[in-house]
Design a binder for this molecule. Structure first.
Ligand code: NOJ
Ligand code: NOJ
Length: 495
């Protein structure tokens, strides 16, 4: 092989072009810093209302110059991770605080506008806060749930740090009063009353019941019960808690034990197939065949709280991770390069290429970074547990991804043993390999688009997608947290 490389210069060049050398990739710290910077650039622009979160700066091919409720909430979460990391410069911290306050006011405006038009499931707004009222897949009910959860977290930070604007923030964010006069309360009521209504999924394509959406709704109800209790609203707290219990039941329906993965969408309510077309007439796809979808892992990532069912170490989730990894690994040409982990797309049957549907789907930055983040956080979870038992459902994962030698059903990996330590180390390494996949295809200046071309790996679709940068930021935060936690345990002499 070596001689081939040397003797055939032409062949070498072709190879170098098709498979970008790893050495061209940015290192993780540089990419992280660039992602923080580029995300900030998306947030502070003279041509959008303060506090708006553009999905991406591009105004055509594709036009992503809008505020999406989902993207915005996930960006807010990433920004809170950053804010609490203690790693921001003084100036960045100041800017971030300003963004938080502006964002609360902007959310209030979009929420009030949505109420006047299509209701709180409205997914998309102009950058001045007006409802985008063209044909679109609506309602998308993950939006209000994600918004409520992220704003509850923000209010918690404001309370702990005793911000000067605290009283005003409380008034805007949570009051017990009904009909709701405050953002979080309105969202919580909407979630509690509408979670059993069919709606459009996070990919804005399918009408039905979605695992991702239900996970976000469940988290909102858990946090909602807590905030209601704290704000002298005990009846609401009880009501939200009841919904949470029902949602817990409902979530189990998404698991298919015979296929070994959690379905993304259930198209049936009772026995009646819901129409695969949105109310407003925009065309919505019929359910994809396999129902295997990165949205499931993202749903786990975006909602983890108190180690509830369907958290990181749940066998059903672990199994779904492995099935997703295998399926994406098999379909994208770029995954033939195995020096890094496989790039993940949204779902195998995807036909959206970043510009148009009815094409060929590609791997996505935020799905691949999401796979990395999942593994970091799973490693952290498993480090705390006394042991993990290999089962029918997770054994494949522990064989292929955690690379446990001779893994077999019934085997118990016990904390403190050599094989347990190695398993955790392998998870961290595999997570790094996922981030290396993103770094490999990211642009040399650190800009990240929505997708990576399935054949060439080059960035494709909306450039500098806010959510792409947010996903790298939260993955890096998860990596740091997992490493720090591991060191801490060694220092304290805990195995
Ligand atoms: C079609 C894509 O499949 C969907 O996910 C996207 O939200 C819309 N186009 C708008 O870009
Ligand atoms: C398409 C994605 O499918 C959707 O989840 C996202 O909200 C929009 N693009 C905007 O980024």
């Amino acid at each position: 092989m070596k001689t081939l490389f040397k003797s055939t210069l032409f062949f070498g060049l072709v190879l170098a072009f098709n498979v970008p050398a790893l050495s061209r990739a940015l290192d993780l710290n540089t990419q992280y810093a660039r992602s923080i910077d580029l995300l900030m650039q998306n947030l502070f622009r003279v041509d959008v209302a303060p506090g708006a979160v553009i999905a991406a700066p591009s105004k055509q091919r594709p036009d992503y110059f809008y505020h999406w409720v989902r993207d915005a909430a996930l960006v807010l979460e990433a920004n809170m991770d950053l804010y609490q990391s203690g790693q921001l410069s003084g100036l960045q911290r100041q800017k971030m605080q300003k963004f938080f306050l502006d964002h609360v006011l902007f959310s209030q405006k979009t929420q009030q506008n949505a109420l006047k038009v299509n209701g709180l499931g409205e997914p998309k707004f102009f950058v001045d806060g007006q409802v985008y009222n063209g044909p679109w897949g609506r309602p998308q009910n993950d939006g209000p749930a994600l918004r409520a959860s992220s704003l509850i977290r923000l209010l918690g930070i404001a309370i702990r740090e005793n911000w000067p604007q605290l009283e005003e923030l409380k008034r805007i964010l949570y009051q017990a009063q009904l009909p709701a006069q405050s953002i979080i309360k309105a969202d919580l009521e909407y979630v509690a009353k509408n979670w059993h209504e069919v709606n459009v999924d996070l990919w804005e394509e399918v009408y039905g019941f979605h695992f991702y959406t239900l996970m976000t709704q469940r988290k909102a109800m858990i946090l909602g019960a807590q905030i209601a209790q704290a704000f002298g609203d005990p009846q609401a707290a009880q009501y939200y808690h009841q919904q949470y219990l029902r949602m817990n039941q409902e979530l189990n329906r998404f698991w298919d034990g015979s296929r070994g993965y959690i379905y993304a969408t259930l198209g049936y309510s009772g026995t009646v197939q819901k129409p695969a077309v949105a109310k407003n007439g925009s065309s919505i796809k019929v359910l994809n065949k396999s129902q295997l979808d990165a949205a499931v892992i993202l749903g786990v990532l975006h909602t983890e709280i108190n180690d509830e069912s369907f958290s990181f170490a749940d066998d059903r989730v672990i199994s779904t991770f492995q099935k997703s990894a295998d399926s994406f690994n098999a379909i994208y040409q770029i995954n033939k390069n195995t020096t890094v982990a496989p790039a993940w797309g949204r779902y195998p049957e995807d036909t959206y290429d970043g510009y148009q549907t009815n094409s060929l789907g590609n791997p996505w930055v935020l799905c691949t970074a999401g796979a990395a983040e999942y593994l970091y956080r799973l490693a952290m979870t498993l480090r705390v547990r006394q042991s993990i038992t290999l089962s029918q459902y997770n054994v494949e994962f522990f064989t292929k991804t955690a690379r446990v030698p001779n893994a077999h059903i019934g085997q118990v990996l016990v904390r403190g043993t050599q094989e347990h330590r190695e398993m955790l180390q392998n998870l961290m390494t595999e997570a790094d390999r996922y981030l290396s996949r993103v770094l490999l295809h990211g642009n040399p200046d650190g800009s990240l688009s929505e997708q990576m071309n399935r054949q060439s790996g080059f960035m494709q679709g909306a450039p500098n997608l806010s959510w792409s940068h947010a996903s790298v930021i939260t993955a890096k935060r998860a990596r740091d947290a997992a490493n720090k936690y591991a060191e801490l345990r060694i220092k304290r002499g805990v195995k």
